[in-house]
Design a protein around this ligand. Structure first.
Ligand SMILES: NC(=O)CC[C@H](N)C(=O)O
Length: 314
C-alpha cells in the first residue's frame, strides 16, 4: 500500500484525532461483568501507529498498560497457527457469528464447533489446542506476545484473572458444552483457568501495535527489528487478517468494517488493534465501550485515522 498511497504525516493526523477525542473523554461504559474491570476509570485514551519502517507515532496514554482481554485471542490464534496450521479449522469455523461473543445458543445447534476463533467458544478451543501443544500454555502465549513486541513488560494481571475466573459461569458453560461434543481435549477447568489468565495480559498501545506488526508485514516482524523473524507464512497472515475483518469486532464487524475499513480485533478492556497491510499496525485504547462492546472512542479514532490518511483496505 505504501508504494501507491501518498506519504502520510501520522503524527499530525494523530494530533488532530487527539484534539477531537479529548473533549469526549468518558464516553461509553466500562465492562462491569468482570468486577475488576469495573474499577478502571473511563476517561482515558491512547493511540499508537507503528509503521513498518520502525517509526512509532502516538498520542495520549499510549504507554499505559490496559487489560487486553479478547485482543489476546488474536495472538492465541497466531500461536496456534504456528503449531498446527490450517488443521485448526477442523475444530472451529471462520464465519461471523451474528451473536454475542459469549453466546451459547449457536454452539448447541452447531454441535460444539464454534463459528470462529474470536468468539469466546472459539477462543476456548484455541486455548485447548495450545494446552495440548505447551506445558503452561498461557505462559507460552505471554512469551510469544513479549517476543512480538520486543519487551518483557507485558504480564498477567492476576487480580483481573481471578476476578474473571470467579464469575466465569458462562465461559464454564460454553467449555462444558464443547467438551460434551468432544471438541475439548483438556479438562474444562484447566482450559477456562488458562483462558482467564490469557485474557488478563496487560499491554500498552505502543506494545500492542508492535506486537501486531507482523500481520501488516506478510507474517514477518518488520526488518528494522533486530532478530525479527518470520512468524507465519504470508498466506497464513493474510488469512488471520481476513478473519479479523469479518469476525474481530464481535457482532459489529459489519458496522466496524463500514466505519473503519481495516482488519481489527477488539477487547472488553477497551483496546482495539488494527492492521494496515504493507504499512503499519495501529492500537487504540479507551475503556468506555459502545453497545456492541467495542471501545466507543477507539472506534471513532480508527475511523478518523482511515478517513484522514486514506489508508484503509478499501
Ligand atoms: N470480548 C472480550 O474481551 C471478552 C473477554 C472476557 N475475558 C470474556 O471472556 O468474557
Amino acid at each position: 500500500m505504501s508504494g501507491t498511497a501518498p506519504a502520510v504525516d501520522y503524527q499530525a493526523i494523530l494530533d488532530q484525532i487527539w484534539l477531537e477525542v479529548a473533549p469526549r473523554l468518558g464516553e461509553g461504559k466500562v465492562a462491569s461483568y468482570i468486577p475488576q474491570l469495573a474499577t478502571v476509570p473511563v476517561a482515558q485514551f491512547g493511540m499508537a501507529v507503528y509503521r513498518l519502517d520502525g517509526q512509532m507515532f502516538s498520542i495520549g496514554a499510549a504507554q499505559t498498560r490496559f487489560s487486553a482481554q479478547s485482543v489476546t485471542k488474536l495472538f492465541a490464534l497466531a500461536l496456534a497457527y504456528t503449531r498446527v496450521g490450517d488443521s485448526i479449522w477442523q475444530r472451529l469455523g471462520k464465519e461471523p457469528s451474528g451473536t454475542a461473543f459469549n453466546s451459547l445458543v449457536q454452539l448447541e445447534l452447531e454441535r460444539g464447533i464454534p463459528r470462529n476463533p474470536f468468539i469466546n467458544a472459539g477462543a476456548l478451543v484455541i486455548t485447548d489446542i495450545l494446552a495440548s501443544c505447551f506445558v503452561g500454555s498461557e505462559i507460552a502465549l505471554l512469551q510469544f506476545i513479549r517476543q512480538l513486541c520486543g519487551s518483557t513488560a507485558p504480564d498477567f494481571d492476576l487480580k483481573v484473572a481471578e476476578s474473571e475466573l470467579k464469575t466465569a459461569h458462562r465461559n464454564f458453560a460454553i467449555a462444558h458444552l464443547i467438551k460434551d461434543f468432544g471438541n475439548l481435549h483438556n479438562t474444562v477447568s484447566a482450559v477456562v483457568r488458562s483462558y482467564c489468565r490469557q485474557c488478563s495480559i496487560t499491554l500498552s498501545c505502543e506494545e500492542l501495535a508492535r506486537a501486531a506488526a507482523f500481520l501488516a508485514n506478510h507474517g514477518s516482524m518488520p526488518a528494522c527489528v533486530p532478530g525479527g523473524t518470520q512468524i507465519l507464512d504470508a498466506s497464513s497472515a493474510k488469512r488471520i487478517s481476513a478473519v479479523m475483518l469479518t469476525c474481530g469486532t464481535y457482532d459489529a464487524a459489519g458496522e466496524f468494517a463500514y466505519r473503519v475499513g481495516l482488519p481489527a480485533k477488539s477487547g472488553v478492556g477497551g483496546g482495539i488493534v488494527a492492521v494496515i497491510p504493507g504499512e503499519a499496525a495501529v492500537a487504540v485504547w479507551s475503556p468506555g465501550l459502545d453497545a456492541s462492546h467495542n471501545s466507543a472512542l477507539g472506534t471513532y479514532a480508527l475511523a478518523r485515522l482511515t478517513d484522514l490518511t486514506r489508508h484503509s483496505i478499501f
